[in-house]
Design a protein around this ligand. Structure first.
Ligand SMILES: Cc1cc2nc3c(=O)[nH]c(=O)nc-3n(C[C@H](O)[C@H](O)[C@H](O)COP(=O)(O)O)c2cc1C
Length: 212
């Protein structure tokens, strides 16, 4: 049976936080937290900065695995260094996380090297846009949903909204800054329903006299 990406909560237009597992031709395994943009039921896009093993391996082999997990230790350890060898499973030309809630194999369709113009963090950095297609999805934990930061940013703003009538002006300025950052993030990563909810929240804050 062939699942679409929606079966693991990955919807067109959304950007998800996942763990990519890759191998070089010598069979050395790597795991790293990398975002994933969903284009449609099977097409995905990654923006990966130069200098990462992930990009090097993807360029070398044309294949990678996107692992879905919400384990904070996996995100942290794969960023600070690498996962332990026994946390990987090698299967022919791919490698995946043994404890992934779900994973899919992505076959590279195209890679475009680019340089950043204006960015909110790293002007001038080199990166590649990797277009790929999911060819096989494995669900180990039924009901798995890939992490999307949009809902958390929205909840932060919603909690602030619930306190807006009881805070002083200094705190209000802080909340406005946070709201704007959450709004920026939601615009980039969130699914449509979260974008809609954030728009409605903004209108409610404006009605309360908050200058946004
Ligand atoms: C949640 C999260 C998401 C990330 N997303 C990306 C991304 O989309 N593209 C990227 O180039 N780096 C991203 N990073 C940074 C990489 O994980 C980092 O550069 C890492 O060191 C690359 O490891 P590697 O050399 O093993 O590939 C992200 C980091 C975190 C914590």
């Amino acid at each position: 049976m062939s699942f679409s990406l929606e079966s693991i909560g990955i919807k067109a237009g959304g950007k998800y936080e996942t763990i990519y597992t890759t191998m070089n031709k010598a069979g050395e395994m790597d795991a790293a937290p990398i975002g994933l943009k969903c284009l449609d039921d099977y097409a995905v896009l990654a923006r990966i900065f130069e200098g990462s093993k992930t990009l090097e391996n993807i360029k070398e082999t044309g294949i990678f695995v996107v692992n879905i997990t919400s384990d904070p230790s996996v995100f942290a350890r794969s960023l600070y260094g690498n996962l332990e060898p026994d946390e990987f499973v090698k299967d022919d030309d791919i490698v995946y996380m043994k404890n992934a809630d779900a994973y899919f194999i992505a076959l590279v369709k195209s890679i475009e090297d680019k340089e950043i113009g204006k960015d909110h963090v790293n002007d001038g950095a080199k990166f590649s846009i990797v277009n790929a297609e999911s060819i096989k999805i494995i669900i180990n934990k039924p009901g798995t949903k890939a992490l999307n930061r949009g809902i958390f940013a929205f909840l932060e703003s919603l909690v602030d909204y619930s306190r807006i009538d009881i805070i002083d002006d200094e705190k209000k300025d802080e909340y406005i800054k946070k709201f704007k950052e959450n709004e920026r993030l939601i615009d980039v990563v969130a699914e449509d329903d979260v974008k809609e909810a954030m728009k409605d929240l903004k209108e409610r804050l404006i009605e309360k006299g908050v200058e946004l």
